[in-house]
Design a protein around this ligand. Structure first.
Ligand code: ADP
Ligand code: MG
Length: 311
């Protein structure tokens, strides 16, 4: 059985004008399903609408129109159940400076109505590596510790879905690794669905099974990471021949076309064909090369292409 952790339909959000700022349409009709059990990446440049979308899922921002279903519960019809199914680690470090890590977890559990007998503050502190800071004031915690505490807070009510908004923006390598390890563990051992936003493409590549890319409040791509990587596998060589070729190069996996200026455009997949194979096919066709250029798509290029064409 495949089940969706999140189902979003025709979702829009327009922030009202205020304090000199004009009205802003942050989401322009998003349709998106996020499969249960996945590690799902929501990518997009700054201002794309990632946080808006996540905050709507979490019930922290009210949508303008559309519907959001969380673990089968419509947000409008079952606000409590839908809220209980999701935990959010926000982008901002919004911690009350007067709570200790343990106190912050207890208060959060109270807000979500978790009975004392079902609280697991010690376990969570252990998991995020804050056991020895359990009684320290939040204001004495380093940035990294605060971020770990925010992860802990997102987990107090045993949510099925964990949402992380730019979890590793501006954090050091050690903390990034720790967060990645924790996220993978929660996904593998508890089957928790993980949704993370990031503008680090390598993070999405490394962590996510599936990826959605949004830009200017619209969805511009939605595919498995493997398929997006497959797309990135596409390479292209542009050959400027000395003379107009009498015949075109042929070879398995080569897709050859001629440009109006006479250049040959040869597309191939790096996983199946090397640049040398391509050049060999060109020579075999008796073509002398004046100049050669390669164009290689990586996730960065795919991302830029997808987002630029909608600018
Ligand atoms: P991202 O997380 O992808 O960087 P956001 O969802 O934070 O994007 O923002 C999307 C757009 O909505 C941006 O243009 C941002 O300036 C605007 N925006 C975000 N929050 C507010 C708000 N509270 N009031 C007005 N505009 C906002
Ligand atoms: Mg954001």
């Amino acid at each position: 059985m495949t089940q969706n952790a999140i189902e979003i339909r025709r979702l829009t959000k327009t922030y009202r004008a205020g304090r000199g700022a004009p009205e802003k349409q942050a989401l322009r009709g998003i349709d998106l399903d996020i499969p249960a059990g996945s590690i799902f990446g929501l990518l997009g440049p700054n201002g794309a609408g990632k946080s808006t979308m996540i905050n709507i899922m979490a019930g922290l921002v009210t949508k303008t129109s559309g519907s959001v279903c969380i673990w089968g519960f419509d947000q409008d019809e079952n606000p409590r159940q839908s809220r209980a199914a999701i935990g959010v680690m926000p982008q901002e470090l919004n911690l009350d400076p007067f709570f200790t890590p343990r106190g912050a977890l207890e208060v959060q559990a109270g807000l979500y109505g978790v009975p004392k007998s079902q609280r697991r503050s010690d376990e969570i502190l252990e998991m995020v590596g804050l056991t020895d800071k359990a009684e320290a004031y939040a204001r004495t915690l380093s940035g990294g510790m605060r971020r770990r505490l925010l992860l802990g807070k997102a987990l107090v009510h045993h949510p099925r879905i964990l949402v992380l908004d730019e979890p590793t923006a501006g954090v050091d390598i050690e903390l990034r690794r720790m967060l990645w390890t924790n996220i993978r563990k929660l996904n593998a051992e508890r089957g928790m669905t993980i949704i993370l936003t990031t503008h680090y493409l390598e993070e999405a590549e490394e962590m996510c099974d599936e990826i959605a890319i949004i830009h200017h409040g619209a969805l511009v791509a939605r595919d498995s990471t493997a398929n997006l990587l497959g797309q990135m596998d596409a390479k292209c060589m542009v050959i400027d021949p000395v003379d107009p070729p009498a015949r075109l190069p042929v070879g398995a996996g080569l897709d050859v076309s001629t440009r109006p200026d006479g250049a040959l455009v040869i597309s191939y997949r790096a996983s199946h064909t090397t640049a040398e194979d391509v050049l060999r096919a060109v020579h075999a066709a008796g073509i002398a090369i004046r100049d050669v250029k390669t164009q290689q798509a990586d996730l960065e290029d795919v991302f830029l292409e997808l987002t630029r064409s909608r600018a």
